[in-house]
Design a protein around this ligand. Structure first.
Ligand code: ZN
Ligand code: ZN
Length: 230
């Protein structure tokens, strides 16, 4: 009896650690993405060219990532996760939480790319998980590309973004950094007049809609659900 309870309890703890690992990796994806979008300077040595610029350029060319090779899409995440794995092995930090976070980190870039692919190019299981918000859905990520790139930063699941945006966590940190660190967010998002900012948002939205015509078509042509009268 107690053996069964122990097994169930252990399985529940491992499942919770795996879930928390995924959420931790999701949060990290949001923090890194926010940092690059807000402060990333493409002129920074090494990181500027290989990390900041591809992320910034993704706003202007959102579908380019779907055409990149598998290794250019996932190589940096794989290398970074392997480096962390070595560190965790040395420190003895190997458990369900750290392994889950590392495994999610390996696939984080691919999960983001899936949100830009049309349904016919996504594996059915991925589509199923996207519809349930376990993996980042196209609709969720679209909000980042249409809202001046200053919301919906997390790119692994749909789960953390609404709370982070509602609590204005990133705006609070930006205010703190500007107040105490005297560092302003990059000009792309803030620091320009409201009219120019509005125009910039509209032009980005138009560009994104043009690039995602397949999604717009699907939304327009989707059958309207009939209301069942009781
Ligand atoms: Zn994107
Ligand atoms: Zn972005």
């Amino acid at each position: 009896m107690f053996d069964h309870m122990d097994i169930i309890l252990s399985a529940a703890i491992i499942a919770a650690q795996i879930g928390l690992g995924v959420l931790f990796a999701d949060l990290m994806s949001g923090i890194v993405h926010w940092y690059i979008d807000t402060y990333g300077d493409p002129k920074t040595p090494i990181l500027g060219k290989h990390v900041y610029w591809p992320t910034i350029n993704h706003h202007a060319q959102p579908l380019d990532c779907t055409r990149a090779s598998f290794w250019s899409r996932n190589g940096p995440n794989l290398a970074l996760s392997a480096a962390f794995l070595v560190v965790f092995l040395i420190l003895g930090w190997i458990n369900a939480f750290t392994l889950s976070a590392l495994a999610t980190g390996v696939f984080a870039s691919e999960i983001h790319v899936w949100s830009h692919k049309p349904k016919r190019k996504r594996p059915p299981l991925v589509h199923w998980l996207q519809r349930r918000g376990v993996l980042l859905s196209p609709k969720e990520h679209w909000q980042h590309h249409t809202h001046a790139h200053n919301t919906r930063y997390c790119t692994v699941t749909n789960l953390l973004n609404p709370a982070l945006d509602r609590l204005r966590i990133f705006r609070l940190v930006e205010g703190f950094v500007e107040g105490f660190g005297r560092r302003k967010p990059r000009d792309e998002i803030m620091g320009i007049g409201p009219l120019a900012r509005g125009r910039r948002i509209m032009s980005r939205a138009r560009r994104f809609v043009a690039a995602h015509a397949w999604q717009v078509r699907r939304m327009v042509t989707a059958p309207v659900p009939k209301l069942a009268l009781a």
